[in-house]
Design a protein around this ligand. Structure first.
Ligand code: PEP
Ligand code: CO
Length: 468
């Protein structure tokens, strides 16, 4: 999984070096948003000191591999699929839990590859996506005001003052749960489970009967046939690494710089610094202040950095943010993730794309069609309509096409389970169905059938974009 930095071509640039004055803790003097009120600062310090002594979760060589792969996305030669839970739970760190989440990512990736003819870079919101920014620091439950749930790495969602009190020990648990998740992921992606010869086995029984599942079965049969064709031509597909293994990278929102700092390591050979809690880190829409702590921290790392681009970000501010995070225009360094909402994307995205294009910077444009389309349904559930999600993606492809930019990626909140959290789809999930299996710890996720349906739609858009 690691690759020595030395074998990379100079043409891809990088690695990114920190700006003058940066250090892993230089964020501490900046204003910071969305932090828990830790009740015991001494305990917090001890946990962070312990974490700083533990091994990195991912290695600099892997991180550089991802950056080089994203450089190909920026050139239009590959497509980025970034997907997973809104908020990962410690309790879902089980073998079957991890297997289920990997399975749906593999299904989507193969459909996108099959439909578009492009390699798909797979990045999970996984193995560390524990922390959540909140619109309000407190919520009222049964008349009692409680601190909001900020993710398993901070507090517990149970509606009691004790459960909601931030506990620094949870940061240690976050490290160990991420480590255990990565361990299973590394095993499953290297042996057996991810083998393309098992493409049918990724379709779970409950999905198989659905319209999307049946469409998947037909695509899987074609892929199996193509593999037999290759074997008949003499290719030993049972042994080919490209058929038997996949590379899954990890990512999460770098919401807690104190935690990230404890896992920041310097790679002596490259002379660069890396956040080693995940391959890719992103800055959320609520914490992307160019003078704030989060951007300061991320500005020094060599990792690919995602930036959530919400409706309040002006083209001029986006330019300043890009200059700050990527002064050297390093290919694969920046992934700009638009989350503008289905109604506004066609108005708001064009000037943003133009502004970045004017800098000549080779960024990846990716579309998060989830976070701009959340609302509370009549029955009181936080939800999203698959139709809005599709409309935002359509808008994204249309704008990129018109502006001459490559629609490079998609950022989804999904699960391989049969949940009822988002409305619509071939199975026509209605507001009255949401209570059946509404299990998310934060935002509503697409279920397996809705995700597969969406993958067919995106593959189609990609194919058409490439043909135009
Ligand atoms: C998220 O990705 O879960 C999230 C909170 O997104 P945003 O920062 O775009 O609102
Ligand atoms: Co979310």
């Amino acid at each position: 999984m690691t690759a020595p930095a030395a074998r990379r071509s100079a043409a891809d640039g990088g690695p990114h070096h920190p700006p003058p004055g940066w250090s892993p803790n230089s964020w501490r003097v900046r204003p910071i948003a969305q932090q828990p009120g830790w009740p015991d600062p001494r305990r917090l310090r001890e946990v962070l000191e312990d974490l700083a002594l533990l091994p990195p979760l991912v290695l600099p060589g892997e991180i550089e591999d991802l950056r080089h792969t994203l450089a190909r996305v920026a050139e239009g030669r590959a497509f980025l699929l970034q997907a997973g839970d809104c908020a990962e739970r410690f309790a879902s760190c089980t073998e079957s839990g991890v297997r289920g989440r990997l399975r749906v990512i593999l299904q989507l990736a193969i459909l996108l590859t099959y439909g578009s003819g492009l390699p798909v870079v797979k990045v999970g919101r996984i193995a560390g996506q524990f922390g959540k920014p909140r619109s309000s620091p407190t919520e009222v439950v049964d008349g009692v005001e409680l601190p909001a749930f900020r993710g398993d790495n901070v507090n517990d969602p149970a509606p009691t003052p004790q459960a909601r009190t931030p506990d620094a020990e949870r940061l240690r648990m976050a490290y160990h749960h991420a480590s255990a998740t990565l361990n299973v992921l590394r095993a499953l992606t290297k042996e057996g489970f991810a083998d393309l010869n098992r493409v049918h086995a990724w379709n779970q029984e409950f999905v198989r009967r659905s319209p999307a599942g049946q469409q998947y079965e037909a695509a899987a049969a074609d892929i199996a046939w193509a593999l037999r064709f290759m074997a008949a031509c003499g290719a030993d597909t049972a042994r080919m690494q490209a058929v038997r293994q996949v590379q899954l990278y990890t990512s999460h929102e770098a919401l807690l710089p104190a935690f990230e700092q404890a896992l920041t390591r310097r790679a002596e050979a490259a002379g660069a610094w890396y956040g080693t809690s995940a391959h890719m880190l992103w800055v959320g829409d609520r914490t992307r202040d160019v003078d704030g702590a989060h951007v300061e921290y991320l500005s020094g790392l060599g990792n690919p950095i995602g930036v959530k681009v919400g409706p309040s970000l002006t083209p001029a501010d986006l330019r300043v943010l890009c200059d700050r995070l990527d002064p050297d225009h390093i290919p694969g360094r920046l992934v700009l993730i638009s989350r503008l909402g289905a109604d506004r994307i066609t108005d708001l995205l064009p000037p943003l794309v133009r502004e970045v294009a004017a800098t000549g910077r080779p960024v990846v444009w990716s579309c998060d069609p989830m976070h701009g389309n959340t609302f509370r349904s009549a029955s009181g559930y936080k939800t999203r309509r698959l139709a809005d999600i599709i409309r935002e993606i359509d808008g994204f492809f249309a704008v990129c096409g018109a502006e001459g930019a490559f629609p490079g990626g998609i950022h989804l909140e999904l699960t391989g389970d049969n949940v009822t959290e988002c409305l619509g789809g071939a199975e026509e999930i209605l507001d009255t169905h949401l209570s059946r299996r509404y299990e998310t710890a934060c935002d509503p996720r697409l279920n397996a059938g809705q995700s597969i349906e969406l993958a067919f739609h995106i593959a189609d858009l990609l194919r058409r974009h490439r043909a135009s």
